[in-house]
Ligand binder design. Structure first.
Ligand SMILES: Nc1ncnc2c1ncn2[C@@H]1O[C@H](COP(=O)(O)OP(=O)(O)OP(=O)(O)O)[C@@H](O)[C@H]1O
Length: 260
């Protein structure tokens, strides 16, 4: 590959990005770069702006200032959405619409389908995505019959079905049982081994810890930390552990926390 192919460009680049929700400034000057093949975790307390950052990157929230590039192209001109798999913050896959697991996952393949028609290769990609998240045996079931963790697996399979180069996931492990977490961690590991770039919001690194190259911690819409992920196990060791120090009577309890 040559630089002209855009292969040396960061996959995601944010420069001084600001975004408002209503009249409220939620992102207050974010710089963030994700290089090809990196796995970056976005951490921070509730309300610090993680989801808004993700939604701004994929164009669901407009920027008030600053620049965003996807695969080296300004976001406003970016059209190649099939290269990006997005897993929104936890919702049910069904949304009240009667649909089977296969139908939901197939909808993630439409961006790759020619003239909106799924061909054999597309059906195979759907089947592979279902296998990757351990849901192949539920392919024909209605999504209404699934548990929360299984819903989440289906949403991830939907994102994987297009065989994206970049996966953006908003708390993929939230509310997911341990068995599903391990399945998802393995699926993600497989994606990373193939060179897929990943940006994901997490509350704790958990079973994904070994995969994470870098952690970006937000606080009040600003980047507080951008560097190696905390390696020590356990919530206490995270940079942002909500730590109240009761043993400093002369001071107010000190809150250093970011993650909860
Ligand atoms: N539609 C909205 N209108 C106004 N303010 C909003 C809206 N959605 C979110 N906010 C506010 O924006 C801030 C950032 O929210 P965001 O969802 O990005 O945080 P987060 O870090 O993802 O939080 P969580 O960990 O709880 O998901 C919060 O203070 C939230 O109350």
């Amino acid at each position: 590959m040559t630089p002209e192919d855009g292969m040396t460009e960061p996959v995601i680049s944010l420069r001084s990005v600001r975004a408002d929700l209503g009249s409220r400034p939620v992102l207050r000057g974010i710089d963030l770069t994700v290089e090809r093949g990196e796995v970056v975790a976005l951490l921070g307390a509730n309300g610090s702006g993680k989801s808004t950052a993700i939604r701004t990157i994929i164009g669901q929230v407009p920027t008030a200032a600053g620049e965003i590039e996807l695969f080296g192209t300004p976001r406003g001109r970016f059209r190649d959405w099939a290269r990006i798999g997005y897993v929104p913050q936890r919702t049910t896959a069904a949304g009240g619409v009667p649909a089977t697991v296969t139908e939901i996952v197939s909808s993630g393949r439409l961006s790759r389908a020619r003239f909106g028609m799924l061909r054999r290769a597309d059906h195979e990609a759907v089947r592979r995505a279902l296998e990757m998240v351990g849901m192949a045996d539920r392919a024909k079931d209605s999504v209404d019959a699934l548990s929360g963790g299984q819903h989440q697996r289906v949403l991830i399979a939907r994102a994987l079905a297009a065989e994206p180069e970049l996966l953006i996931m908003d708390e993929p492990m939230a509310g997911v049982d341990l068995a599903s977490q391990e399945v998802l961690a393995r699926a993600l590991e497989e994606q990373v081994a193939r060179g897929v770039t990943v940006l994901l919001v997490l509350h704790e690194l958990g079973p994904l810890e070994p995969l994470i190259d870098r952690a970006v911690v937000l606080r009040d819409g600003c980047v507080l930390h951008d560097g190696p992920p905390p390696r020590a196990v356990g919530q206490h060791a995270l940079p942002g552990h909500d730590h109240v120090h009761p043993h400093s009577p002369e001071h107010e309890p000190m809150r250093t926390g970011l993650l909860s």
